[in-house]
Design a binder for this molecule. Structure first.
Ligand code: NAP
Length: 249
């Protein structure tokens, strides 16, 4: 019986298990299950595989999206480019790594893009931020990473302190790829000057719990178009399901 699941730590906020179990029920998919495997240390991964020989697919979340790559046998082009994977296929002992976050972000963003969205700010510099950057490159959208850490500053990365009115009036797409605002820290938000936002801005939050983060609320108050990460979650889950079941090459 094929088993699917999620590795990461901690996993209390993940909707993936509920999503897949509901999918199995609704689509009458029998003989499959989806479990959560909280792994504090990625070095526990080989033991997990031994304990669950029926594992056919895994989703990977914080903090293992990059470190899990030491155990994989092959990577798709997106994983190769951004150095992070959120989806593993396990077939005949071979582990293949994919990044369905990127595909899901692209497909949920594209219908919202308008001509002014030629430049973007990516808040955060982790695994998700790298996948977002890969997509923006594919779409021909220039971007800057925004970090809390001055030592990370470079040609493509600036700190929140350097994010001034001039930049905010030129970059109309702002993507929160940080956990700021995510439950249970609902009252937190990225430290940008929200008074500079306008109806020409599009704020995309990868966070989907709560549904409307303070980041999105503040954008909406300024007339910006807002989008949370729920559609991205669904699209990445469905892209993973397709990889696990349709495409065994
Ligand atoms: P991560 O590696 O833990 O964090 C991303 C970056 O955010 C960090 O590198 C850090 O960058 C910044 N950061 C961390 N804590 C922060 C805070 N309290 N305030 C402001 N910035 C902070 O996470 P990730 O895997 O890239 O994921 C980022 C977020 O996207 C998470 O909330 C995750 O749940 C969400 N996500 C959603 C989907 C979806 O399908 N909707 C998919 C993937 C990820 P600096 O230190 O450089 O500031």
């Amino acid at each position: 019986m094929p088993l699917y699941g999620l590795i990461g730590y901690p996993l209390s906020q993940s909707l993936s298990q509920a999503y897949f179990r509901e999918k199995f029920r609704e689509e009458h998919i029998t003989g499959s299950d989806y479990e959560v495997f909280p792994l504090k240390d990625i070095h526990e991964f080989p033991v997990l595989l031994q304990q669950h020989p029926g594992l056919a697919g895994l989703n990977v979340t914080i903090p293992h999206k990059e470190t899990v790559l030491q155990y994989v046998h092959e990577r798709d082009a997106v994983v190769e480019a951004c150095g992070a994977a959120n989806c593993l296929r396990i077939s005949n002992g071979k582990i293949s790594a994919f990044n369905t976050d990127a595909i899901a972000f692209r497909d949920s963003l594209k219908p919202l893009l308008e001509p002014q969205h030629t430049r973007a700010l990516i808040l955060g510099t982790g695994g998700a931020a790298k996948a977002i950057a890969w997509v923006l490159e594919q779409l021909g959208i220039q971007y800057l990473f925004i970090t809390r850490q001055p030592e990370k500053a470079s040609a493509h990365t600036i700190t929140y302190d350097s994010l001034d009115e001039e930049i905010l009036s030129e970059y109309f797409l702002i993507i929160n790829a940080s956990p700021a605002g995510m439950s249970p820290n609902d009252d937190t938000f990225p430290a940008i000057d929200y008074s500079c936002l306008t109806p020409r801005h599009l704020l995309y939050d990868l966070v989907y719990n709560p549904e409307k983060t303070v980041f999105l609320q503040k954008g909406e108050e300024r007339g910006a178009l807002i989008k949370n990460g729920y559609e991205m979650l669904v699209l990445q889950a469905e892209a993973g399901w397709k990889i696990w079941n349709d495409d065994k090459s």
